[in-house]
Design a protein around this ligand. Structure first.
Ligand SMILES: Nc1nc2c(ncn2[C@@H]2O[C@H](COP(=O)(O)OP(=O)(O)O)[C@@H](O)[C@H]2O)c(=O)[nH]1
Ligand SMILES: [Mg+2]
Length: 229
């Protein structure tokens, strides 16, 4: 028997995404979902654009990083009695079709997390070679340190039940929160599945995605993990 999700929310962290966040929000709204955008201290009109497109908008007065933006969104939707949530990037890289697939995965009994993967059969991973190399290293480290047999680690597209969300408490800044989530999933002993998702690498997203310095930060954070365990 499957569980029935009644009140799913889509949580969108956004930092200076005014050119694209409007179409991202309206795509999610058209797919039938309630969405909260966490405007992470943007210097542009991200918050206004998201609001006009039909999102609930929360604002950080200063930029706190993607992990903090996600945690603000997670706390908010739990207060709104969401029974599930999907995390979704604001930069147009994610496809709204994935939302239903991820939610269907956590409707399976005993599954509290569905993690988007670019590297499962069914996904087309058209990512640039430099990203692929970077990700391979991150995936290798994360598998080794969490013991979770994941095929993708730094993918912002995921779903979790409210119970799963309550087991997550992000403290890592910048992009290191992606591996932090996996560590907390491992610690929670709740079950996860991976779901194939396609990620679009547009000129826009490549222009502002993670850079090599972020990758170094991720690797250093992975090594320093004992600090917060
Ligand atoms: N880079 C960055 N992204 C943030 C921040 N806060 C929120 N975000 C959002 O997090 C999402 C993922 O960021 P992105 O740079 O595209 O990462 P990538 O696609 O994993 O390389 C986007 O929707 C951003 O708008 C921040 O401080 N820095
Ligand atoms: Mg991106």
């Amino acid at each position: 028997m499957t569980r029935r999700i009644r009140n799913p929310w889509v949580v969108v962290p956004a930092y200076n995404e005014a050119p694209v966040v409007g179409s991202v929000v309206s795509g999610i709204r058209h797919a039938g979902y309630t969405v909260v955008v966490v405007d992470d201290g943007s210097a542009d009109r991200t918050g206004e654009v998201a609001l006009l497109a039909g999102a609930v908008v929360l604002r950080h007065p200063i930029n706190l990083g993607q992990g903090a933006a996600l945690q603000t969104g997670i706390d908010y939707v739990l207060e709104k009695l969401a029974d599930a949530l999907v995390t979704f990037d604001a930069d147009g890289q994610h496809s709204t079709a994935a939302i239903a697939a991820l939610l269907a995965a956590i409707e399976q009994p005993g599954i509290d997390f569905a993690l988007g993967s670019r590297f499962l059969t069914g996904a087309t991973a058209n990512l640039p070679v430099s990203r692929r190399i970077l990700l391979s290293a991150a995936i290798w480290f994360t598998r080794a340190s969490t013991g979770l047999p994941v095929t993708d680690t730094h993918n912002g597209l995921r779903a979790m039940t409210a119970r799963g969300a309550r087991a997550i408490s992000l403290r890592q800044n910048r992009m290191a929160h992606a591996s932090e989530i996996l560590h907390q999933i491992a610690q929670s002993r709740l079950r996860f599945v991976e779901v194939p998702v396609n990620i679009e690498y547009s000129a826009y997203s490549l222009g502002k995605g993670q850079r090599l310095t972020d990758a170094m930060t991720i690797l250093i954070d992975l090594f320093a993990r004992r600090l917060y365990r």
